[in-house]
Design a protein around this ligand. Sequence first.
Ligand code: 5GP
Ligand code: ZN
Length: 116
Amino acid sequence: MDCLFCKIIDGEIPCSKVYEDEKVLAFNDINPVAPYHILVVPKKHFASIAEVSDKDMGIVAHIHSVINKIAIDEGFSNAGFRIINNCGEDGGQEVKHLHYHVLAGKKLPLYEAEKK
Ligand code: 5GP
Ligand code: ZN
């Protein structure tokens, strides 16, 4: 399948790895928007969160658990962080493989939903 993140998972394209287990890979975003900008992706290909069935939704709990672990290991758990999942055209999703952005390391600017 012609999917950038599947190629990273398969090792065809290199990445700066942060965490890996049998279900998930986490690596640094190539174009960081914060001091920490980590992408957490399931090894199984889902085009977006909208493509994850109830049966497979356990992967999302696992991803959140991995994010908590990364936050502690990288040292930004107490200061805080933001998790973002872009879904589809209006959500601004560019890479069509489910992924969660983890941003940390500075006071993050307001995002759209918080703007009045
Ligand atoms: P999206 O807009 O789909 O939510 O986020 C895609 C993210 O993937 C972007 O933040 C972009 O910088 C990142 N990205 C795109 N290509 C690569 C790549 O080849 N390697 C890494 N590490 N990140 C990438
Ligand atoms: Zn993929």
